[in-house]
Design a binder for this molecule. Structure first.
Ligand SMILES: Nc1nc2c(ncn2[C@@H]2O[C@H](COP(=O)(O)OP(=O)(O)OP(=O)(O)O)[C@@H](O)[C@H]2O)c(=O)[nH]1
Ligand SMILES: [Mg+2]
Length: 386
């Protein structure tokens, strides 16, 4: 047999020299996350022996029946940038839509290392004990390729990821914030249709991602740490104003007294801020994700919030508003893609940019030129990515 050229010269008989033909629909553009298993464990979706393509109705039925591998594949479909997948995903979503809306969607943010994943693991396990089904999603527009901390998070949420009543999905690798946002919103809906009662969305506390996640959840949690100095130093007021609860995490051991002091201080500050949710006073609490202390109090707060905002109609009002934001986010995503993939724009961009840099063309003129080219022939080139 002819040895392929990638076989090292010194390789013996055992070295693989043939490549088996894949099964039908085998490698269907799955993102890298699905093949990154925890060490010594089989990867989640690739373990399926038969991977033929599913029809829209098979996706819908599988999701509604809560079949995990179909759920995972439906999310992969939703996350795909391929035009054919996008069209199919929209069909699937349309059929799932009547079965959505029944979960409570909770966003969790905070600076890296504050304990978001650990809190999700502890809270998630607590909720499973209460009989809820829990889905955990991550939104991280900064991680372009693999969803950043998948491995870290999956090992950190090890107990949760092992439970069949929980489902953990890393951030879609969407590139643009708009892309990640659309995919995450749709993933929330798919999880709701699959019967999850609580959806926990972790986001990195950087850039625009908090605002983005705030726009897709009912309740927004900001995790903080008790600092050594001025408690309010360095905390962006804007983010505090998005939160429905502030949690001073790592309130354990030597850190506990400081956490309790921080809580009082934040509560004083919060009294002066505009509430994130009409009619709801945001307060600070302490918790320890490692010992579990304070987790039940947080859940009581979430439940109180849920009851109150359901009665007042605030949740419904917020969700309606969020749906419209979603519509326009999709329009913006489409327009942005059309612009940057427009053949004429692509040809002209470099020259225009250089002219602006050299001071030969004012930015306003540059923008006008590019828009004129864009509007002259409505042609989108084949590529789908940026
Ligand atoms: N003592 C103590 N340590 C904690 C607590 N919560 C988390 N940690 C530790 O803090 C570190 C970071 O926790 P993570 O849960 O990964 O933090 P994260 O906010 O998800 O971090 P990123 O995903 O990187 O943004 C880990 O080593 C945890 O074990 C807590 O309540 N008490
Ligand atoms: Mg994390």
């Amino acid at each position: 047999m002819k040895r392929p050229d990638w076989v090292p010269k010194e390789a013996n008989e055992e070295f693989t020299t043939t490549v088996m033909k894949g099964v039908d629909g085998g490698h269907d553009g799955l993102p890298a996350d699905t093949i990154v298993g925890i060490a010594n464990k089989p990867a989640r979706t690739t373990a399926s022996p038969k991977r033929r393509n599913l029809s829209v109705d098979e996706y819908v039925k599988g999701v509604l029946d809560g079949e995990r591998n179909v759920l995972a594949r439906a999310i992969t479909l939703v996350e795909s940038n391929a035009p054919a997948h996008m069209a199919m995903a929209q069909d699937v979503l349309r059929k799932l839509l009547p079965h959505t809306g029944n979960s409570i969607r909770i966003g969790i943010t905070g600076v890296p290392g504050v304990g978001k994943s650990t809190t999700i693991e502890t809270l998630g396990l607590y909720l499973l004990k209460k009989g809820y089904k829990v889905a955990v999603l991550a939104v991280d527009p900064s991680s372009k390729v693999t969803g950043g901390s998948i491995l870290g998070d999956k090992t950190r949420m090890e107990d949760l990821s092992r439970d069949t009543r929980a489902f953990i999905r890393p951030s879609p690798s969407g590139g643009t914030l708009g892309g990640v946002t659309r995919k995450s919103r749709e993933t929330i809906l798919v999880c709701e249709a699959a019967g999850f009662d609580v959806i926990l969305v972790e986001t990195v506390g950087v850039g625009q991602s908090e605002t983005t996640v705030r726009q897709m959840v009912d309740f927004f949690l900001l995790l903080m740490l008790a600092g050594a100095g001025d408690e309010l130093q360095g905390i962006k007021k804007g983010i505090m104003e998005l939160a429905d609860a502030l949690i001073i995490n790592k309130a354990d051991g030597d850190n506990k007294p400081r956490a309790l002091a921080a809580k009082l201080e934040y509560n004083r500050a919060l009294a002066y801020l505009a509430p994130a949710t009409e009619g709801w006073q945001t307060r600070a609490y302490t918790s320890s994700a490692t010992t579990g202390e304070g987790i039940d109090e947080i859940w009581t707060v979430v439940e109180t919030f849920r009851k109150q905002t359901e009665i007042s109609g605030i949740t419904e009002k917020r969700r309606r508003k969020q749906t419209m934001e979603w519509v326009y986010a999709m329009v913006e995503e489409y327009l942005q893609n059309s612009f940057y993939h427009h053949a004429g724009v692509k040809v002209m961009r470099d020259a225009v940019e250089q002219n602006v840099i050299d001071g030969k063309m004012p930015p306003t003129v540059a923008a006008k030129r590019l828009i004129e080219v864009f509007e002259s022939k409505p042609k989108i080139s084949d590529e789908t990515g940026h």
